[in-house]
Design a protein around this ligand. Structure first.
Ligand code: APR
Length: 248
């Protein structure tokens, strides 16, 4: 049983809620709205923190729905100016390094993505506290946990809002640079609007040969998902990490 009561708390297989979750959300929100994007100063961080908490506190941590996050996301939709959007899959650190050098933005450069980046959270029925001991694991406990559903619904909204040319940084050191089961593959690519153009960059570890290319089967699969949606596609491969970052 995945939910053996220990100290009256359920014992899940995933890491527990981040210590000081509320405080971190409030502090990151203040930093983002005052320093990182002062244009967003009008956003009310106390309301955002409260809306975030009420999505999951006192609820069954395996029964998250997209709708649970509607009011939070409506307070701060993850939209980005046209042509500045960058997706990533298995390249988180590289993609963030890349956007820092350009006027580009990943999901973690939007307010909600910035607030939640790297954090974990879940509650439990009958308690107003976060479960700091453990949270459900996607594989071992349930897919409909609050953390997974958050990134899925936020990513869906991020992709739906894409316009003009957008980019995805893929890991050319993997046999399959495009993973149709990843959030980019399952949620973002299938939600791009017609007429958007996606540029894929396959970047491999410097000093090693690439393991996948634009003509490989994984990228052909990506192309077929996009063809079905009338999304234009361009693909650049055989770039080492250093080459990629230097040309940016
Ligand atoms: N912090 C912690 N976990 C995250 C974050 C984050 N900022 N973003 C995503 N996650 C979780 C998701 O559950 C995701 O499946 O970590 C996993 C990262 O897995 P990868 O296979 O590397 O990438 P992918 O699944 O494609 O997700 C990344 O989704 O979040 C969006 O816009 C983002 O394009 C990016 C893609």
């Amino acid at each position: 049983d995945c939910c053996t009561p220990i100290k009256k708390l359920c014992w899940w297989h995933g890491v527990g809620s981040t210590a000081d979750f509320q405080k971190i959300i409030q502090e990151r929100c203040d930093t983002y709205t005052q320093t990182i994007r002062p244009g967003s100063r009008s956003r009310n961080c106390q309301a955002i923190r409260q809306a975030f908490m009420s999505t999951f506190i006192s609820k069954d941590p395996c029964k998250a729905t997209k709708e649970d996050y509607n009011s939070l996301i409506n307070l701060a939709p993850p939209t980005v100016p046209c042509g500045q959007q960058v997706f990533w899959s298995k390249t988180k650190e590289l993609a963030h390094e890349y956007v820092k050098r350009q006027r580009l933005m990943t999901l973690e450069d939007t307010l909600l993505g910035y607030l939640a980046d790297g954090l974990s959270w879940c509650g439990e029925p009958g308690s107003s506290d976060l479960n700091i001991w453990s949270c459900p694991d996607w594989r071992k406990d349930c897919r409909t946990n609050y953390l997974s559903v958050f990134w899925e619904v936020l990513s869906e909204r991020f992709a739906e809002s894409a316009c003009s040319t957008v980019r995805v940084v893929l890991n050319g050191s993997l046999e399959n640079a495009f993973d149709s089961m990843s959030i980019f593959g399952r949620v973002e690519a299938p939600n791009l609007r017609p007429q958007v153009e996606l540029e894929a960059w396959l970047v491999h570890d410097t000093g090693k040969p690439p393991s996948d290319s634009c003509s490989g089967s994984s990228i052909r699969k990506l192309k077929s998902i996009l063809d079905g949606r009338n999304v234009k596609f361009r693909c650049m491969d055989n770039l080492s990490r250093d080459q990629f970052l230097q040309r940016s």
